[in-house]
Ligand binder design. Structure first.
Ligand code: BGP
Length: 521
């Protein structure tokens, strides 16, 4: 990384307005194939675990559609076990958001053009595993699938945008899930390594930033990891296999091209003790270890000392093979990347979901989004410090943003001051972490920079983007892309490499113009 700008507290005051981020800082957006790409059944794409998942909303969970043992139709929530004898099945009268998503498959040129206009220099996307290996079991990849991403990567390069590829974003080819019980089957490691190697060789020299998995610390359920059962034993065993697979691919990636930089994404809400009662503070430490367990293994290269207690409490007995520990030690990651949307409160008896990443207790000091996610910009600075203290590896904020209901006016404009406010507040705290706390942060990719389907609810109305996509929760709409107010705001922010972050467009424009004037002098 280049020399960082010098922070002089006397000259710049607490909010650092006027000071840019380091010159080589990466700025961009992030997406996932089954939320963004669509192209179902096209180009030889095979069925994906997510293809059976219905939409939902804040009160209605998404479900997996099934053919039950007696031949009738059934549904279970995406986090439930599949009933004995049932199989995931598609029905003509059910809407499945992954099939079309927002159709990046046919809109990639326009989408990339808009990213270029925004000023991105990196774009995070995931490759759809079943587009490359339709069942996951083939020996040879699907050339048409690879060619699609060749186009994407070449168009990005032309726009001056570097790819950041998620090899596997919470998904598995359906046939592979069926044959081996998803990641519960150790055989999936080989299938994944074959798949990842194909990508690493194909885009050698064109892509240097890779993520082996997305949010490995929270994924569960048939759509995400392909397992039929959802008990702790199954899930931790599956994730042991994923960690071994990630380490093998990390080692391989370094051999294929030493310039490759490898990460995995962790869902990283910040976590606070409910109060200063020692039992609650201790509980915070215990839950924190649950959320950081997977990064502890993959970034340090070994199961931590507290793993014994963590697994025993959950009644998990891991089946490890001889050599697994060596593999984990040899495949440590180069950087630590994470999503940050919110913080949580924890204390004795707290109800927490997904290993402490989703808390239900309101924080009286914070406001929440309409989907109940507490907004906590300072939590991002805290997290960056906490992770760097723990790992001493470069960090990468690869998901952040606010899901909100946007209104598109008749003239196509979308006024989203809440998004500019949310992002400005988070970027400001990130800037403090970089310039004051001296944390090496590689970059920032905003989640869903072009509107896409929500992962948790399957809705379109929970929008994150700078770019509005005309589509509703049932998949109806022209799919036309238009620029929200936040698009123009982010353009200005990036023009000055984050030197000015005012969420008020007028002030921002004046500040950036002043900066340009200073350069001209
Ligand atoms: C993360 C996932 C993304 C994403 C995001 C926002 O967990 O990596 O795939 O969608 O969260 O969540 P949601 O879409 O549920 O608002």
């Amino acid at each position: 990384m280049s020399e960082r700008a010098v922070y002089d507290p006397k000259a710049f005051g607490g909010d650092l307005e006027g000071l840019p981020f380091p010159e080589d800082f990466l700025w961009g957006g992030a997406t996932a194939d089954f939320q963004f790409e669509g192209g179902f059944g096209e180009g030889g794409r095979g069925l994906l675990s997510h293809d059976f998942e219905t939409g939902g909303d804040v009160n209605t969970p998404r479900r997996v559609s099934l053919r039950l043992a007696d031949g009738s139709r059934g549904f279970v929530t995406s986090e439930d076990a599949l009933p004995e004898g049932s199989e995931p099945a598609l029905f003509d009268d059910v809407y499945y958001p992954s099939h079309k998503a927002v159709d990046f498959y046919h809109h990639h040129s326009r989408d990339i053009e808009l990213m270029g206009e925004l000023g991105f220099n990196v774009f995070r996307f995931s490759v759809c595993w079943s587009r490359i290996f339709p069942t996951g079991l083939e020996e040879e990849p699907n050339e048409e699938g690879l060619a699609f991403y060749d186009h994407v990567i070449d168009e990005l390069a032309e726009a001056g945008i570097e790819p950041l590829i998620t090899i596997c974003h919470d998904e598995i080819p359906a046939a592979l899930a069926e044959k081996y019980d998803g990641w519960a089957g150790r055989e999936v490691i080989d299938a994944y390594v074959r798949y990842a190697k194909t990508l690493l060789l194909r885009w050698k020299g064109k892509c240097r930033l890779w993520l082996t998995f997305n949010e490995i610390n929270v994924v569960l359920g048939y759509p995400m990891i392909g397992t039929r059962k959802q008990d702790d034993q199954t899930i931790y065993q599956a994730k042991h296999h994923m960690m071994v697979a990630s380490a093998l691919v990390t080692k391989l990636a370094h051999e294929i091209d030493p310039r490759n930089l490898m990460g995995t994404m962790y869902a990283s809400s910040e976590l606070y003790a409910r109060d200063c009662k020692p039992e609650n503070v201790f509980e915070r430490m215990r839950v924190r270890r649950e959320t950081l367990f997977f990064s502890d293994v993959m970034v340090r290269g070994a199961y931590p000392n507290y793993a014994h207690d963590l697994l025993a409490r959950r009644g998990v007995e891991l089946a490890k093979e001889p050599g697994d520990d060596e593999i984990l030690a040899e495949g440590v990651l180069d950087f630590v990347s994470f999503s940050y949307y919110r913080s949580n409160i924890v204390g004795v008896g707290s109800e927490l979901r997904r290993h402490g990443v989703l808390g239900l207790e309101p924080n009286p000091y914070l406001e929440s989004t309409p989907w109940g996610w507490p907004v906590d910009p300072l939590g991002l600075r805290y997290l960056l410090n906490e992770l760097y203290d723990r790992y001493q590896k470069p960090l990468f904020v690869i998901e952040n943003g606010i899901g909100a209901i946007d209104v598109r006016e008749e003239d196509g404009s979308v006024h989203d001051p809440y998004r500019m406010r949310y992002l400005a507040d988070h970027l400001r705290e990130m800037k403090k972490a970089v310039l004051i706390d001296r944390i090496p942060v590689i970059g920032y990719t905003m989640w869903g920079s072009t509107d896409l389907v929500s992962l948790s609810t399957g809705e379109m109305k929970k929008r994150y983007g700078f770019i509005y996509v005309d589509m509703d929760d049932e998949g109806k709409g022209t799919l036309e892309r238009s620029k929200k107010d936040s698009f123009f705001w982010m353009q200005k922010v990036l023009e000055a490499n984050g030197a000015y972050l005012s969420p008020d467009m007028e002030t921002l424009e004046k500040d950036v113009a002043r900066l340009e004037g200073e350069f001209a002098e």
